[in-house]
Structures are given as structure tokens and as C-alpha cells.
Design a protein around this ligand. Structure first.
Ligand SMILES: N[C@@H]1[C@@H](O)[C@H](O)[C@@H](COP(=O)(O)O)O[C@@H]1O
Length: 346
């Protein structure tokens, strides 16, 4: 670790209201098209495969969770693109394959779309622009535009699509409050980042020298444990940072906990909350080095109460982004620095 005087000048990016809200306008406009495609495809499709790497795959995890919870009559399965091509699941004319990639250039995701070209199924890409290789290789696309906010943008578009499919096919009653709440989400991200900034800075000071962090979450909130733990701290800070499902905590992982072990616990308002609360009670007994982030602490202005559990993972993500920004400043390690990804052959 470099000392204060030698530390390279990396600064936590300020919270830029216009960049966040402006960066999500493309996704908000496209969500109406996503709803229309959902209504059109609902009677034509029986199986939905959700295919993406990294963060898009975890956005899809939240969709898969809510579709199971709604007792959907669709068969739904989520895949990593590389695995999707080796498993080659059933693909027929009543199969919809949704491929998500923020950049639209991730090789495995583009290869999966190419692989599907001579199959009878429907393909739908969710990505930035129509020039993206993924959009070119897919039959249809939902586009978010060029944006730094593609993570939440992908959620907005995919959740609108899935909400519409669920309403048309299974009579899901929450589409209208969902769409209203998605309109409010960009402002909520700014609100949540601002609300957490001071605490995030304090947490970054407290945990600056820790190189190992565990993240505990359940249900759809596991997406946030993964994106924060792996995409942000492992990939962007080179920390040993491990997300664990709360439902699995008592089946091995809890043996690692001692009084020095830092754990980030993420609590949402979805049905998995009691699983995380049980893990929290245990952690409080054996360690004082816990960071508890709870969506109940966030007002989510403009979000319908019934939709809070659905958007909760993205609200905590916005709050935790501040923690990553402040850690990057204290580590002198910019969030864009990679040693292998996009730099070497792999
Ligand atoms: N942290 C994310 C990864 O999770 C993701 O795999 C990669 C490619 O993502 P995409 O296919 O959305 O462009 O981008 C970032 O590095």
C-alpha cells in the first residue's frame, strides 16, 4: 500500500446528477418498446432463455427470481453464453433467447447470437446501439444508447420486457406501478448515492487496508453482492472479494468468520430477507466488522411500495458505487485499471 504522500492522485468521481439521469434516458424511452415486444411475444413463446456474462447475467438473475416468484407459466433459464453453447438446450420456434451485453462486443455473447442464427428460435439483443456486433447478430434489439449507466439501463429495459411478458401471459398485476417506478429510478439512484456518500467514505477509511471481504445477500439482492463484490472490488480493485448466498451461509462458508473478518450484508425487501437476517444475527455474535446496507434505509422517492423489492438491488448498487469510488481513491487504484481484461490475450 502506498503512503499518503506517495499515493497516486486518484479521486472518487463526484456524484454527477446529470450524467446519471441523462445517461438513463435512452433506456427509459426503450422500455415502452420493450413492453410492446413483451405483449407481442407472450402468446408466441413458451421458453425464455436469458443469456449474458458478468453483470448482465446478474441482472437476469433478478428477473429469473421474480418470474419464479410470480409462478410464471414460461419455462425460464439463465445461462452464461459460453455454457449456453456447450449445453445447447432445447431451441424451437416457441423459444425466445434474450442476449444482454452492455457493450455489445463481449465475444462469448456475440458468439452465442451467431450460434443461434441457423436455429429456429427468436433472438432479442439488449445492448447499446444498433452498430454493436451483438445487435447485428440478433433478429431484434432493444437499445439503451451509448451510456455509462448501462447496468441500470439494462435492468430497466429487461424488467419492462419481462413485466410485460408476465402480464400478458400470467396476468401479473404490477406492470403499471413497475413502469411508473422505473421512470423514477434515475432520480432514486442519485438520491441513494448522495444519501450514502458520507458513510461510504467512512467505510472506505475503516476497511482501506483489508484485502479480503465477504458479501452476503439473498434472492435478487445476490445480483448486487456479485456486481459489487466481483465486478467492482475483484475486477476493479484486485481485492479478494467473495459473494456468498445467504441461503448457503450455514452450509460451510460461516466457518471462515472470526472477529477480524469483514462482511458486507445486503438486505432487501424481497422474500429472501429472513435468510439474510438469520446470517446477520450470526455475524453480529462473532464479528464487529460488519457493514449492513439495508434498502429500508432508502426512501426510493417515486417508487411504488410494491416495486421497492424489485428495484432494491439497483438502489443499493448505487449506494455501494460510492464505497467503491472512495476505496479506489484511498487505494490510489482507478476503477478503470485492468491488468488482463481487454489488455492481454485470453
Ligand atoms: N464488470 C463487467 C463484467 O461483469 C462484464 O462481463 C463485462 C462485459 O460486459 P458486457 O457484455 O455487458 O459488455 O463488463 C464489465 O467488466
Amino acid at each position: 500500500m502506498t503512503s499518503q504522500t506517495e499515493r497516486p492522485s486518484v479521486r472518487a468521481a463526484p456524484i454527477d446528477h446529470q450524467r446519471i439521469v441523462g445517461g438513463l434516458q435512452g433506456a427509459l424511452q426503450t422500455k415502452d418498446q420493450a413492453v410492446a415486444i413483451g405483449q407481442e411475444l407472450a402468446p408466441q413463446v413458451d421458453r425464455i432463455y436469458l443469456v449474458g456474462c458478468g453483470a448482465p447475467n446478474r441482472v437476469m438473475l433478478t428477473l429469473e427470481y421474480w418470474m419464479a416468484h410470480a409462478h410464471t407459466s414460461f419455462e425460464v433459464k439463465r445461462y452464461f453464453p459460453a455454457e449456453f453453447m456447450t449445453v445447447t438446450p432445447r431451441l424451437d420456434e416457441r423459444t425466445l433467447v434474450v442476449l444482454g451485453s452492455k457493450s455489445g462486443t463481449t465475444p462469448e455473447t456475440v458468439q452465442a447470437a451467431e450460434f443461434l442464427k441457423d436455429k429456429p428460435c427468436l433472438t432479442l439483443a439488449v445492448t447499446g446501439t444498433e452498430q454493436a456486433p451483438l445487435a447485428r447478430a440478433s433478429q431484434r434489439s432493444l437499445l439503451m444508447g451509448e451510456t455509462e449507466q448501462a447496468h441500470t439501463g439494462m435492468f430497466i429495459v429487461l424488467q419492462a420486457l419481462i413485466g410485460s411478458l408476465l402480464q400478458a401471459r400470467d396476468g401479473w398485476p404490477l406492470l403499471e406501478p413497475l413502469l411508473r417506478s422505473l421512470d423514477a429510478l434515475p432520480g432514486v439512484l442519485v438520491e441513494s448515492a448522495e444519501l450514502n456518500d458520507r458513510r461510504a467514505e467512512q467505510d472506505a477509511r475503516t476497511y482501506e487496508h483489508d484485502r479480503i471481504l465477504y458479501h452476503l445477500a439473498g434472492g435478487p439482492m445476490f445480483a448486487t453482492a456479485y456486481v459489487f463484490g466481483v465486478c467492482m472490488l475483484m475486477e476493479m480493485q484486485w481485492m479478494h472479494s467473495i459473494p456468498i448466498e445467504a441461503a448457503e451461509w450455514f452450509h460451510g462458508p460461516f466457518e471462515i468468520l472470526d472477529a477480524q473478518t469483514p462482511v458486507v450484508l445486503l438486505l432487501g425487501e424481497d422474500p429472501s430477507r429472513p435468510l439474510v437476517e438469520r446470517a446477520l444475527t450470526f455475524c453480529q455474535k462473532y464479528s464487529a466488522r460488519l457493514m449492513v446496507y439495508d434498502t429500508l434505509d432508502y426512501p426510493m422517492t417515486g417508487v411504488d411500495p410494491a416495486i421497492r423489492p424489485i428495484v432494491g438491488p439497483f438502489v443499493l448498487q448505487a449506494a455501494l458505487n460510492r464505497f467503491a469510488e472512495h476505496l479506489s481513491e484511498r487505494h490510489g487504484h482507478h476503477l478503470d485499471t485492468r491488468r488482463y481484461m481487454w489488455v492481454t490475450e485470453y
